[in-house]
Design a protein around this ligand. Structure first.
Ligand SMILES: Cc1cc2nc3c(=O)[nH]c(=O)nc-3n(C[C@H](O)[C@H](O)[C@H](O)COP(=O)(O)OP(=O)(O)OC[C@H]3O[C@@H](n4cnc5c(N)ncnc54)[C@H](O)[C@@H]3O)c2cc1C
Ligand code: FES
Ligand code: FES
Length: 487
């Protein structure tokens, strides 16, 4: 594999498939400015930038080096803290942290600096246009500091975005040329990077023992947290068909390898509530790598997208190494705790849902202890549609009701009994609402764990349904469209 490490072209011939970027940087390259805190994507101390050549430009994204495989750097520009300054001057992110007293023990500082440098580069390149506090906070949402406190760090970020410095652009012409020259570099036979579905299917057929990896934000935890080596992987992130977004015949089709970052762009103009949910998934670094397909296939009961997709009536398309496909409702995909309908040799190709479901009132709520970078205790997704009732004048009734939760059972679930309690009833009918609330308790038996007790989960899920129902009625009475959508 070939990549540019800071200013130098590097070739590595035999890294183990599960070597992480962090191990490689610290142990092989002795670039120890990149720190190891949690080794699980939670603290941001290991943040580095990966630049990918697309057309004539390099797009840089922050990633957690601790859970990114080294092989993901193939054909990329890998930037670490050691290379940020230039011409004897600190990078503006470094200078502002210094000037604003944004560092005490300094352990978290390289990670914060890299996150801010990522924002600096994106602003210079026009990849990002916002220079406000919210944007700075978003950029450092995956970085934890134990001693300085966040105010001076955010102040440093705000100063940095006010005075962008072109001399610190990372995407020099020479780097673009170098990346173009290694565009066909291969990884090892233990880490395959197919570029098309055809190549993927061949790779799966001839490597039945390989694990599929997309962003690795779940998979690599097996290596760093459970010390379970993964000897062979097939990387889905370069398969072009798995990045497709199509809108046809009334359906939206989303390729399984789309990252949260891609979804942020897609939903930005389509649903403010889905956009708000995406902002609460992981951190900037996690959203740069984590994918739609990984979130579904990992089959975690507390994954955030499956409840939303259940509420949208989504179907998943499974494909295999012969190119055969089968589509099934997402509800049928989950077979039990961490168990799915995926068979050996199959992969998740895309997710589809009716475009008009986005025109309905949909309400999403993630309950977690922290706003940023935290896993849900309960995740609710509720979709409501009304129609004029048959034969009773202009009165409206619920004609479509979807109530889905994460964190309430061994898999993400829809609560059919609660949906039935509302279906055909008037939106203002409080007794129907309370019947639906009772049905949640009858249908679900959540467990208690470190995130929340069983009683808390149940109470919260019931209250979330009440809040969604009240929000629906409030928005209706205010005569404001529930969502503006252009699906
Ligand atoms: C710090 C941190 C914060 C997180 N926060 C959240 C959060 O807020 N909400 C949330 O829901 N999740 C969160 N996650 C979990 C994770 O980021 C998501 O589930 C993410 O979507 C996984 O996608 P991935 O591409 O990284 O999956 P990977 O790790 O690459 O894969 C996960 C599993 O799915 C399989 N797989 C991946 N793609 C496919 C495919 N197309 N077909 C078949 N199998 C496939 C892999 O083989 C593997 O078993 C967090 C993780 C971390 C480390
Ligand atoms: S070491 Fe904590 S996110 Fe990587
Ligand atoms: S300065 Fe010590 S952890 Fe942030």
């Amino acid at each position: 594999m070939k990549f540019i490490l800071n200013h130098d072209l590097v070739e590595e011939t035999a890294p183990a498939a599960d070597t992480t970027l962090l191990r490689y940087l610290r142990e092989s390259q002795r670039l120890c400015g990149t720190k190891e805190g949690c080794a699980s994507g939670d603290c941001g101390a290991c943040t580095v930038l990966l630049g990918q050549l697309k057309g004539e430009r390099i797009h840089y994204r922050t990633v957690n080096a601790c859970i990114t495989p080294l092989a993901a750097a193939n054909r990329r520009h890998l930037v670490t803290i050691e290379a940020l300054g230039s011409g004897g001057k600190l990078h503006p992110a470094q200078q502002e942290i210094l000037d604003n007293h944004g560092s005490q023990c300094g352990f978290c500082t390289p990670g914060f600096v890299m996150s801010l440098a990522g924002l600096h580069q994106q602003l210079l390149a026009g990849d990002c246009l916002q220079t406000d506090r919210a944007q700075v906070c978003e950029a450092v949402s995956g970085n934890l500091c134990r001693c300085t406190g966040y105010r001076p760090i955010i102040d440093a970020g705000l100063k940095m975005v006010q005075t962008l410095d072109e001399t610190h652009r990372l995407d020099a012409r020479i780097l673009i040329e170098q990346l173009a020259s290694i565009a066909e570099a291969h990884t090892t036979p233990y880490y395959l990077q197919p570029k098309s579905r055809e190549e993927l299917e061949k790779a799966i057929a001839s490597n039945p023992d390989a694990r599929l990896i997309a962003g690795g934000t779940d998979l690599l935890l097996e290596v760093t947290q459970q010390c379970r080596p993964i000897k062979k992987m097939i990387d889905l992130s370069g398969v072009k068909e798995l990045h497709r977004i199509e809108e046809r015949k009334g359906f939206i089709h989303l390729g399984a390898a789309l990252t949260y970052r891609d979804l942020e762009t897609f939903f930005a103009e389509r649903s403010s509530r889905i956009s708000a949910l995406l902002e609460r998934i992981g951190s900037r670094q996690i959203r740069n790598r984590g994918t739609l397909g990984g979130n579904i296939a990992n089959a975690s009961p507390i994954a955030d997208l499956p409840p939303l997709l259940l509420a949208l009536d989504a179907c998943v398309t499974l494909a295999d190494s012969r190119g055969d496909e089968r589509e099934m409702p997402l509800a049928d995909f989950y077979k039990g705790y961490k168990a799915t309908a995926l068979e050996s040799g199959q992969y998740l190709a895309k997710v589809s849902f009716p475009a008009n479901a986005l025109n309905d009132f949909h309400w999403l709520y993630k309950v977690s202890k922290r706003r940023e970078d935290d896993i849900s205790a309960v995740m609710a997704a509720i979709r409501l549609r009304t129609n004029k009732s048959n034969g009773s004048g202009n009165d409206e009734v619920f004609s479509e009701v979807r109530i889905a939760f994460g964190g309430m059972a061994a898999t993400p679930v829809r609560v059919a009994k609660a949906e039935l309690a509302l279906l055909g009833q008037a939106p203002q009918d409080e007794s129907a609402l309370e019947a639906a609330v009772t049905a949640i308790a009858e249908a679900l038996l959540p467990i208690g764990d470190v995130r929340a007790s069983a009683e808390y989960r149940l109470q919260v899920a019931q209250n979330l349904l009440r809040t969604a129902w009240q929000t629906f009625n409030r928005e209706k009475s205010e005569n404001s469209a529930p969502e503006t959508l252009h699906a």
